[in-house]
Write a protein that binds this ligand. Structure first.
Ligand code: GDP
Ligand code: MG
Length: 442
């Protein structure tokens, strides 16, 4: 998958001290392959790679990040850009009702999403009306009625036996009904075919002309790969699209569809449909999708917070020191603790690291009062003790415990943990660590 490939690339970069042009080229090649494998359309891939290369070569380098982190950040930022930056809200009509039409292939998730959207809008205090314009399949009207009942929203459908079999007529009538019944939003569910089909497209266009929608949302199954491009193009040209809904994001979608659809339609992805339950829906967050494609968990959030929390000077000093082969001291430990604490509750911070999620329970024990005590203990030490913990003998331990108001056992614990931390600092090397070399100031 795309995530796996990208992770592989980043692992290779992890040990590097700095980012060379050759690294950038090699990484770009891998990303290109990864995107093509994930069925992202070629023009999208090209534009993407170009943007990443340009930025990676530029002087836009953060001192708080090592090369792997820098690349992750650049790729992530560009992904967010391609996915549409900020999420867009629905455009409401000046004079209600606002008409929202759903279009897409059969099985894309239109009817399900119609119910989800109605539920969302109802929760926001709107009075939506669901309209059944899929009169193709006998069961389609019933399906919408079941969905409407579950979210407690009225469904407008032709009376059985009324002889009204024309979806365009139903659509037109529904808007008049909404006005009478004081519904401020009309959600029009339409029919789809299994493939792109002229007749279906003509019907969708006719419904569009009858109701003049304020939004025409194109619903697409996130699991489709290369097909996403052709389908999106057909609906873009045949019906016109103002926004995109990605459905079935709860599956193991590779993300290719998301990238291509946004590029092909030029329209924002507005909602993510993430399950069969009618509450499984969310406003689309490009940030989250980008993180998902990257497969980095919340690593990115952590990177961002690290950038903010560690001021550059401190990082530089620390890096120079460690590179110079100097000992990691209790004084440094205290600095780092303080920096980490600025990032938020410790359990959250550590929980964001890949693989750390499983340790949530243990992490929860590391509460903030614990850190306050550690801080107090280190503050009760003399400078000599902080730099050379070896000299802290029994009587010094008692003095430190008394000075910081903790037990000797806690002092012992801290010194043991510090010993382990020192070892870990050596092993960890790159990833969470420090920039390997001085970069031009930005
Ligand atoms: P339509 O033909 O476009 O109206 O598609 P439907 O709304 O009838 O959905 C087709 C199938 O996909 C149904 O079995 C839905 O339960 C399922 N489905 C729709 N949206 C989602 C989703 O977000 N996640 C999952 N897992 N299934 C979905
Ligand atoms: Mg349907």
């Amino acid at each position: 998958t795309l995530s796996d490939r990208l992770s592989g690339i980043f692992t290779k970069l992890r040990g590097k001290g700095r980012l060379t042009d050759a690294d950038v080229d090699a990484t770009a090649r891998e990303i290109r392959l990864a995107l093509l494998e994930a069925d992202v359309a070629l023009p999208v891939v090209k534009a993407f790679i170009h943007a990443v290369k340009t930025r990676a070569r530029g002087a836009e380098v953060s001192q708080a990040l090592n090369p792997a982190q820098q690349i992750i950040k650049i790729v992530h930022d560009e992904l967010v850009g391609v996915l549409g930056g900020e999420a867009r809200r629905l455009q409401f009509a000046k004079h209600p009702p606002t008409v929202i039409m759903l279009a897409g292939l059969q099985g894309a998730g239109k009817t399900t999403f119609a119910g989800k959207l109605a539920g969302l809008l109802k929760g926001q205090g709107h009075q939506p009306l669901l309209v059944a314009c899929d009169l193709q399949r006998p069961n389609a009207v019933n399906q919408l009625q079941v969905v409407g009942e579950r979210v407690g929203v009225e469904v407008y459908a032709p009376q059985p036996g009324s002889g009204v079999g024309d979806p365009v007529q139903v659509a037109r009538d529904s808007v008049a009904h909404a006005t009478r019944a004081a519904r401020d939003i009309v959600i029009v569910d339409t029919a789809g075919r299994l493939g792109i089909d002229g007749e279906m497209m003509a019907q969708a266009a006719a419904i569009r002309d009858a109701v003049e929608p304020d939004e025409t949302l194109f619903v697409i199954d996130a699991m489709v790969g290369q097909d996403a491009v052709a389908t999106a193009e057909a609906f873009r040209d045949g019906v016109g699209i103002t926004g995109v809904v990605l459905s079935k994001l709860d599956g193991d979608a590779r993300g290719g569809a998301a990238l291509s659809v946004r590029h092909v339609t030029g329209q924002p992805i507005m909602y993510a449909s993430t399950g069969e339950k009618l509450t499984d829906v969310d406003v689309f967050h490009p940030e989250r999708m980008a993180s998902r494609i990257l497969g980095m968990g919340d690593m990115l959030t952590l990177i961002e917070q690290a950038e903010q929390a560690f001021d550059a000077d401190q990082k530089e000093k620390m890096a120079a020191k460690l590179l110079g082969g100097e000992q990691f001291t209790l004084e440094d430990f205290l600095d780092q603790l303080t920096a980490v604490r600025r990032m938020g509750p410790i359990a959250n911070v550590l929980g964001m690291l890949p693989g750390m999620n499983q340790m949530k329970d243990q992490l929860a024990e590391l509460d903030d009062s614990h850190f306050d005590r550690i801080t107090a203990i280190i503050r009760s030490m003399t400078p000599a003790e902080r730099t050379t913990p070896k000299i802290i003998n029994g009587s010094r331990r008692v003095r430190i415990a008394n000075g910081s108001g903790v037990t000797v056992m806690e002092v012992n614990q801290l010194l043991n943990r510090f010993g382990q931390a020192q070892k870990m600092m050596k092993q960890m090397g790159g990833m969470m660590g420090l920039p390997g070399s001085r970069r031009k100031a930005t």
